[in-house]
Write a protein that binds this ligand. Structure first.
Ligand code: MN
Length: 488
């Protein structure tokens, strides 16, 4: 049982007296409106909006989002109307509550696939209007997952599947690693209890085995870093979440010895330059494993994730993953896009709290939000095809390749030189005859790897794209360009 005080205690930014009073009055309204309603577990209904608001506060969101979190089930389930909410709490809050209500009304007619696509489409539409609607929905879903045990088994499985297939990938795309991980682990527990329990046991055993080892290594690294005059903000051991461990283990035929980032060490330092200094010091002390150094600082993941990862031969020659990042990167890895929202909601105070005046204003329009708007224009087109493309382009891991001029081209995993060519320009794609990667000729169905320099060879003699390319291209842009010629 939590109270409104728990929510207020967890608000990350300074609240003006006026805004605090608004939050309290939203709570009172919700409490009165839901009076007498119970959740399946038997607790008062108000516990649900309170927990939703608490989740939002923890991610660092501002008073408008927290108020909307408290009121999110009010218009749907009580007599209080949206108009009353707008009068009391303003237009923005009303838009948020309305958005969440609309997201909730999903018609359950049609095939599984149709329902899934419809869900996904609604999420994206909501995102393009105000991303906070989706953040509230995620906080709401997180609490529903935490109390899923009270529902009948069939419902548990349906909700858990939906969470794993729709909500967790969206949390991931928004860069909210914490919510993504919690949603995945909770879904895993209901969808595959046998493997969940196996992984849970395995992870606990490994944790026990490695605890001392990691503690020892931390002491060595601390000493070394202080000798080199690097200020360390935090250094701690971390273990992999259950579901992501399971996914990885499956890839390696359940061979635990092949998973190097099962447990590792995270080092938080003040500035970007300190990250690279730290990497150098770590490598001077412990030999790195070839091909396992990942610089997501200069090449961030598409969801904005930044960090350096390296796997080393630690003491006693055991593999150990080390992650190095700044405090700001760490906040963003946990809070993701929420961190940006906090910023635009309350610019002045946030500067003091999160960014300490050192960091530039984050871009308000993150690239993929723009991309969403573009996709939205395509919504009139065939739903199925649109959604297929969205699923592949949006959720799969991304790679970054370079043009010979050094421009970064963002592509889905396993993309080919043809995808790359169409990403540059449809003319380049249509006339492509070959490709060079790092100065070497490669076939057109070559799978581009992260960081490769790709040069497309074109010829005016080629009039049309080859329809055979459809067998291997990965992006929907390339596919639709190639198909255009088939139709002609
Ligand atoms: Mn709810």
């Amino acid at each position: 049982m939590i109270t409104i005080e728990d929510v207020l205690k967890n608000v990350k930014m300074k609240l003006s007296a006026k805004n605090e009073a608004l939050i309290r009055s939203a709570y009172e309204l919700a409490n009165k409106a839901h009076q007498g309603q119970k959740r399946k577990l038997g607790e008062d209904y108000i516990q649900h909006p309170l927990n939703t608001a608490l989740n939002l506060a923890k991610v660092g969101l501002g008073y408008q989002t927290i108020i909307a979190g408290l009121l999110h089930d009010v218009p749907e389930d009580t007599k209080v109307t949206l108009d009353e909410i707008e009068k009391k709490f303003g237009h923005d809050v009303a838009v948020l509550v309305d958005g969440v209500t609309k997201l909730g009304k999903i018609k359950l007619r049609g095939t599984k696939e149709e329902i899934y696509l419809e869900n996904l489409r609604k999420m994206f539409l909501a995102m393009a209007t105000d991303i906070r609607v989706v953040l509230i929905k995620l906080a709401d879903r997180l609490h529903n997952m935490e109390t899923l045990g009270a529902l009948p088994k069939e419902k548990q499985i349906r909700i858990a599947r939906e969470t794993l297939e729709i909500f967790a990938p969206i949390a991931n795309r928004l860069g909210i690693g914490d919510i993504k991980g919690r949603l995945e682990d909770l879904s895993f527990k209901y969808l595959d209890p046998k493997n969940y329990n196996y992984i849970l046991k395995l992870s606990r055993e490994q944790h026990k085995l490695r605890k001392k080892y990691i503690a020892k290594t931390i002491i060595v690294l601390k000493k070394q870093l202080s000798r080199e005059k690097i200020r360390v903000i935090e250094i701690y051991g971390r273990s992999k979440r259950l579901y992501s461990l399971f996914v990885k283990l499956k890839r390696y035929n359940m061979d635990i010895k092949k998973v190097y980032d099962l447990a590792g060490i995270r080092i938080i330092v003040p500035e970007i330059v300190n990250c690279y200094e730290t990497l150098g010091i770590v490598h001077k002390k412990y030999r790195p494993l070839v091909g396992r150094i990942k610089d997501y600082i200069s090449l961030p993941k598409p969801n904005g994730y930044q960090s350096i990862h390296t796997t080393i031969f630690g003491p006693e020659g055991k593999f150990l993953e080390i992650q190095i990042r700044t405090k700001k990167m760490d906040n963003e890895a946990e809070f993701g896009i929420a961190a940006h929202w906090v910023y635009s909601e309350q610019k002045k105070t946030l500067k003091d709290i999160f960014f300490r005046n050192k960091v530039k204003v984050p871009k308000e329009e993150i690239m993929w939000v723009k991309q969403l708007r573009e996709w939205q224009n395509d919504l009139g087109k065939d739903n199925q095809e649109f959604m297929e493309g969205l699923r592949i382009d949006f959720f799969k891991n991304r790679i970054f390749a370079f043009t010979p001029m050094g421009d970064i081209i963002d592509l889905p995993e396993e993309a080919t030189p043809i995808d790359f060519a169409y990403k540059i320009h449809s003319e380049v794609g249509d006339h492509a005859t070959g490709a060079r990667i790092n100065e070497r000729i490669v076939p057109l169905d070559y799978k581009i790897k992260n960081g490769e320099v790709v040069e497309i060879i074109t010829s005016r003699d080629r009039k049309n794209p080859n329809q055979d390319w459809l067998r291997f291209v990965k992006t929907s842009a390339a596919k639709s360009h190639i198909r255009k010629f088939r139709k002609k």
